[in-house]
Design a protein around this ligand. Structure first.
Ligand SMILES: Cc1cc2nc3c(=O)[nH]c(=O)nc-3n(C[C@H](O)[C@H](O)[C@H](O)COP(=O)(O)O)c2cc1C
Length: 204
């Protein structure tokens, strides 16, 4: 299927008062976590603050929330296939990477964190991240044992070394039945962290 030209996509409605997000282009990358539905609320909140939001989904993410939901909420096409054609033959991953003010990865699975830490470019999300030098905010969400596993902790450490911003998940009721660390942080916390990042240079 042809992806529409990136140029023609929806601009945000300007909010009554300008915010740190006004006119900013945010690539919201969603991976295959049970917390994927929280990304729906994030899209709404970002748009309310005046951001232009493009959603990128891993293949696993589509098993949790359908692309049509993000299409409707963002007002823009949803991207997940790096090999899909655009009308004007743009290379999607480099084109998206160039236009981002912020790449927000929420929720970030243990798997995606591992792939990012190793510099993989085996899907659209990892390819865009690798092709970008813009601000990157990683918001992990997973089972507590996955989060505290040495492999995940080493991978998160690598992301920090590469100047990615990484949020700490919070303690909460996990889908596995335990109350423990691994829950995605609140929307307010994510938005505040993103806002803070806009006060710093636009580069990793
Ligand atoms: C019901 C269910 C919930 C899951 N929730 C999470 C999660 O919150 N965090 C996580 O890291 N993996 C979770 N997984 C495992 C990921 O979906 C799996 O590792 C997948 O390969 C991730 O792919 P992606 O990183 O490309 O999105 C879950 C799997 C299932 C079946």
């Amino acid at each position: 299927m042809l992806e529409p030209r990136l140029k023609k996509q929806t601009s945000p409605k300007p909010p009554a008062n300008p915010t740190a997000f006004s006119e900013k282009t945010i690539l919201l990358c969603i991976s295959g976590s049970i917390a994927a539905y929280r990304a729906c609320e994030l899209v709404r909140e970002l748009r309310k603050r005046g951001a232009r939001v493009f959603c990128l989904m891993t293949e696993s993410a589509k098993k949790f929330v359908t692309p049509i939901t993000f299409r409707a909420l963002s007002g823009n096409p949803v991207y997940s296939d790096p090999f899909s054609e655009t009308e004007d033959w743009n290379i999607i991953h480099t084109d998206l990477a160039d236009r981002a003010d912020l790449i927000l990865i929420a929720p970030a699975t243990a798997d995606l964190i591992a792939r990012l830490a190793c510099g993989f470019a085996d899907d659209l999300v990892t390819s865009v991240v690798l092709a970008s030098r813009r601000r990157i905010l990683v918001v992990p969400a997973m089972n507590d044992r996955m989060y505290t596993h040495p492999a995940t902790q080493v991978n998160l450490g690598k992301l920090l070394e590469m100047n990615y911003e990484v949020m700490k998940p919070i303690e909460g009721d996990l889908v596995c039945g335990r109350t423990a660390i691994g829950h995605i942080p609140s929307l307010d916390a994510i938005l505040s962290r993103a806002e803070l990042m806009f006060s710093r240079p636009n580069s990793i």
